[in-house]
Design a protein around this ligand. Structure first.
Ligand code: PRE
Ligand code: MN
Length: 388
């Protein structure tokens, strides 16, 4: 640029620089007001986007236009401002979620009976897909409880099966089988609750309530779980985004219950080699985004037994606070998910691979317990000498 042009442009550009800074200050002042409006809307439960209000502002501005900018340019400029305002409102709402607060839970995480999930130790959620009989529950629980480390006994009583002709679970009888096996071996228990109607019954039998992948969007159930004083295991829907999972957890937390453990259990993709696709990145992201503990359900994510160990290691490396595995004394005879359940030996091998060798002396396995269970209609309670 020659000296002459520069001499004419410089003072004009300096004035533009000044105006830019004024616009910037005014835009930030406007943005602060937008956030004040957002807070009012949040408290009142109002939608962030208000197209009517935007149209009204545009009409007012266009009707006042008397300078070089015509209606088209003005609409473009202000629509951009409105869009950016909406973005900061949404960002504020996201950052303001209760599940993102670092102080949501006490340092020990979520307590399930006397097991702490998210307290630093890897917690195993193990047990059969479904509770089928007293003998099955006793055999598997006696074996599981030999392993050291924190453990929660799982077994389905109410099964949400895709096929109506598939085994639907023993329902109340299944709850009793799970409760009795857990009590005999001093393990806390978790089982799925399908609806708000059966919530009190399930809560009376189990230490933790599981929301299955199919029910993650059941907002009435989530709200009902918020009113119950028991920890919740919330499974990610197989088509749910990480954001949707967190919002489902937010339902439970805002309804009054912060004791929520998130569970990655695989998402549906084009891949057929595994039952679902285990989303390891979700584990790392959830650990970063929330204070809630995160566990990985290896059995349902993979639907196969042969790669459980490396995937379990990957889950732990990504930050998982626990692992879920289905274990059955005789998987070939299982009434549900037999193809993916581990038998007792395979479970033992997995524990060794994860560095959780069996406890050397075990005082919780009670001699003759299976016989006792089979002879008595209601198994006796056996008080453990070493508690968990
Ligand atoms: C605002 C932002 C987004 C809405 O779509 C409408 C208007 C704005 O930027 O002016 C503020 C706002 O949220 C509101 O007035 O309700
Ligand atoms: Mn199952």
């Amino acid at each position: 640029m020659d000296r002459e042009s520069e001499k004419s442009l410089t003072p004009l550009r300096e004035r533009i620089d000044g105006i830019n800074r004024e616009i910037l200050d005014r835009l930030q002042e406007r943005a602060r007001l937008v956030l004040e409006i957002a807070e009012v809307k949040r408290v009142k439960g109002l939608e962030g986007h208000d197209p009517g209000r935007e149209d009204q502002m545009l009409e007012d501005l266009v009707s006042r236009a008397s300078g070089p900018f015509g209606p088209t340019e003005l609409r473009g400029i202000f629509r951009t401002i409105f869009r950016a305002s909406l973005e900061i409102q949404e960002r504020e709402r996201w950052e303001g979620l209760r599940v993102k607060r670092k102080d949501l839970l006490p340092p020990g995480g979520v307590k399930v009976g006397n097991v702490a999930v998210g307290g630093g130790e890897t917690v195993l959620f193990a047990g059969p897909c479904s509770a089928e009989s007293a003998e099955q529950m006793e055999r598997v629980t006696a074996y599981l409880s030999r392993y050291r480390g924190a453990m929660v006994l799982r077994a389905g009583a109410y099964k949400p099966r895709t096929n109506p002709y598939s085994f639907q679970g023993l329902r109340e009888e299944g709850l009793v089988l799970l409760r009795d096996a857990a009590q005999r071996h001093a393990l806390p228990s978790v089982t799925e609750v399908l609806d708000a109607a059966s919530l009190d019954l399930v809560a009376a039998h189990a230490d933790m309530l599981q929301v299955g992948a199919r029910n993650m969007y059941n907002t009435e159930l989530l709200k009902a779980l918020g009113r119950i004083g028991k920890p919740v295991l919330l499974k990610r829907g197989f088509m749910a985004t990480i954001e949707e999972l967190l919002l489902a957890a937010e339902y439970i937390v805002t309804a009054g219950n912060s004791q929520v453990v998130l569970c990655e259990r695989g998402i549906r993709t084009f891949e057929r080699a595994t039952r679902n696709t285990l989303d390891i990145s979700a584990v790392a992201l959830l650990k970063r985004e929330t204070a809630l503990p995160v566990i990985v359900d290896l059995s349902h994510a993979l639907g196969r037994r042969d790669i459980i160990l490396p995937c379990g290691r990957a889950a732990i490396a990504a930050g998982a606070d626990g692992l879920m595995v289905e274990v059955h004394p005789d998987p070939d005879k299982a009434l549900s998910d037999g193809f993916q359940q581990l038998d007792l030996d395979a479970f033992g091998t997995l524990m060794e691979g994860l560095g959780l060798a069996p406890a050397p002396a075990d005082d919780r396995v009670v001699e003759g317990a299976i016989d006792t269970v089979l002879k008595s209609p209601r198994p006796p309670r056996i008080t453990p000498t070493s508690g968990r």
